[in-house]
Design a protein around this ligand. Structure first.
Ligand SMILES: NC(=O)c1ccc[n+]([C@@H]2O[C@H](COP(=O)([O-])OP(=O)(O)OC[C@H]3O[C@@H](n4cnc5c(N)ncnc54)[C@H](OP(=O)(O)O)[C@@H]3O)[C@@H](O)[C@H]2O)c1
Length: 224
């Protein structure tokens, strides 16, 4: 399985490192191709750089590690090559002002997941994942011992579920399904109760993640 990562910033760059550390081949693309090439050189033979269109065409799964506004522009431009791909969306409906203050960019009841899923061609296999932790936690929490950190995902698609369970495991985490696309808002920030920021910044393990999905009052302890 080859994974295209479109965007090699905080999330895309971290995910590329985590997947290569887990033995996964990746194809990297960015706005500025030299950034993707520099990261591919650093990561070695499992990583290559390509244009956005070629990266998607060569991959089985595609991670859109981009800001939501960029996704809205980029998906229609590359709709033809996204057909039949597993499309992984880590985006959050958030923007930052010049003082670093975060603001929500969608109405309260609309998730970024529902918006991105609706943009995709009918044959694409959509899953929301890899946006539930801050980039530092995604880097530092991989392959935690003795208990791995859980990463939530949300999808209505069986093929996407199989692929993301594999990728989350290869990236060094335990996969946990939060629900279908209707549950995507629960794993997004701001506002999602299953996002790291909705869990008081904690990195939860599998048991804690399952309890959180069920709405248990059990608080994760000492797992940051
Ligand atoms: N940062 C976090 O802690 C965090 C946590 C959870 C979820 N997220 C979500 O993850 C997404 C990415 O966030 P980030 O912090 O990783 O952003 P970022 O560091 O700003 O990286 C954005 C990447 O998008 C690339 N890009 C922009 N326009 C493009 C285009 N037209 N074609 C191809 N690539 C393009 C940029 O390319 P260049 O490098 O060439 O400029 C850059 O590599 C956002 O939706 C965010 O909400 C972020």
């Amino acid at each position: 399985m080859t994974t295209a990562i479109i965007g090699v910033g905080n999330i895309g760059g971290t995910l590329a490192r985590n997947l290569v550390a887990g033995g996964e081949p990746v194809v990297l693309a960015a706005k500025n191709r030299s950034r993707a090439e520099a990261l591919a050189d650093e990561l070695g033979p499992l990583a290559r750089a390509a244009s956005v269109d070629h990266a998607i065409a060569r991959a089985d799964a595609v991670v859109l590690a981009l800001w939501l506004d960029t996704i809205k522009d980029l998906v229609p431009e590359h709709a033809r090559v996204l057909e039949d791909k597993v499309v992984v969306d880590p985006s959050n409906p958030v923007a930052f002002d010049e003082n670093g203050q975060a603001t929500r960019t969608l109405p309260e009841r609309q998730s970024a997941g529902s918006l991105v899923a609706a943009l995709l061609p009918a044959g694409a296999h959509y899953v929301k994942a890899f946006g539930t932790l801050g980039a530092d936690a995604l880097a530092g929490g991989a392959r935690r011992e003795p208990r791995r950190v859980a990463l939530f995902y949300a999808t209505d698609d069986d093929a996407a579920a199989t692929a993301i369970e594999h990728l989350i495991g290869a990236a060094g985490f335990d996969p946990v399904k939060a629900g279908g696309i209707a549950a995507a808002g629960r794993i997004e920030a701001p506002g999602g109760d299953l996002h790291q920021f909705g869990l008081n910044g904690e990195l939860v393990d599998l048991d804690q993640a399952r309890a959180a999905i069920a709405g248990s009052t059990a608080q994760p302890k000492g797992t940051r």
